[in-house]
Design a protein around this ligand. Structure first.
Ligand code: 3HC
Length: 286
């Protein structure tokens, strides 16, 4: 338990919400900031449901659960980042949106705060000019679902100080995660670089008529020990997110392995985004 520490999370989507509650679970006072009341409500409701289910299953103490929920303050005012020694940005993967968010964060943040972007596609070096003290800025990349997945990738840019890297590693550990430190930026970092090329290969096999979606998922689970197959996982991550990660990978590396396959493009174009909307490879339309 880490008493007396404060985290601000900006962005209350699926990732930001769970990062906030994960930190609260480990004793942090958390300010969760979003311009959308709906997102804030949905993050707090879904995380409360997930944590209370742990209480029912006996894996989390009831009082600890209620204390955790009470440690998260919801709001839209960026002034709430003042006093936070760690700030995690987890807004849309859009450079302009992120730049605007950094301007607002930097207007209120403490001079010593570190800022971690949860971006999976934008290395901090392409955004660092939007941050006042870029020596305290880097990628701190979580995995979906963030309340469960242990890994956090800590990725410094050339501008990031050693002290910031150490603090980001300590923060990830303090909230119960297993951090890995990259030496330098590389598209996809570690896990996504391996995962998304594998997902593309799975899609190519299905698109080529070699196997069905269901049997490919079964094969990968049974042969490689993945907890869910590549199609089930793509539906969890969101097909629009999968497409965006692949598109950006192609743009940044020029390597054709990243170029999204036709069947993925087609599903996204038809509004089939996976679990969150419209259904996907393995889920029915919502
Ligand atoms: N959010 C939070 N908790 C969830 C969840 C979700 N979306 N889905 C399931 N859970 C919880 C359940 O509540 C349950 O918790 P409990 O034990 O306290 O009751 C627990 O997970 C197990 O649930 P299930 O038995 O229903 O399902 P599984 O045994 O299949 O476990 C899983 C679910 C942990 C998500 C597992 O399938 C898994 O590890 N899948 C792979 C996830 C993965 O690879 N993530 C990385 C994606 S890539 C990424 O995030 C990078 C980014 O840049 C895009």
């Amino acid at each position: 338990m880490t008493a007396g520490r404060t985290l601000a999370v900006v962005g209350a989507g699926a990732m930001g919400g769970q990062i906030a509650y994960q930190a609260a679970l480990h004793g942090y006072d958390v300010r969760l900031i979003s311009r959308s009341d709906d997102r804030l409500r949905s993050a707090s409701t879904s995380c409360a449901t997930l944590l209370r289910r742990r209480v029912e299953k006996g894996t989390l103490d009831g009082d600890a659960c209620e204390l955790t929920l009470a440690r998260v303050t919801l709001g839209s005012d960026f002034a709430a980042v003042a006093g936070a020694e760690t700030i995690i940005e987890s807004v849309a993967e859009d450079r302009d949106v992120k730049r605007e968010v950094y301007a607002r964060i930097c207007a209120h943040s403490d001079d010593t705060a570190i800022i971690g972007t949860n971006s999976s596609t934008l290395p901090s070096s392409v955004l660092e000019d939007a941050v006042s003290h870029s020596e305290r800025f880097l990628n701190v990349h979580f995995f979906n679902p963030a309340l469960l997945m242990a890994l956090v990738e800590v990725v410094p840019g050339p501008h990031t100080s050693e002290d910031t890297i150490v603090r980001a590693m300590d923060f990830a550990q303090a909230i119960g995660k297993t951090p890995v430190r990259l030496a330098r930026e590389e598209y996809g970092f570690i896990a996504n670089r391996i995962l998304f090329i594998a997902i593309q290969e799975a899609m190519r096999l299905v698109q080529g008529g070699y196997i069905s979606v269901e049997e490919c998922d079964l094969a990968v689970r049974k042969a490689l020990g993945w907890p869910m197959g590549p199609f089930h996982l793509s539906d969890l991550v969101g097909l629009d997110v999968v497409e965006a990660i692949l598109d950006e990978g192609f743009r940044q590396t020029g390597d054709q392995r990243w170029e999204p396959v036709e069947m993925l493009r087609d599903l996204v174009a038809r509004g089939k985004l996976g679990n969150k909307a419209g259904g996907g490879f393995t889920t029915a339309p919502s």
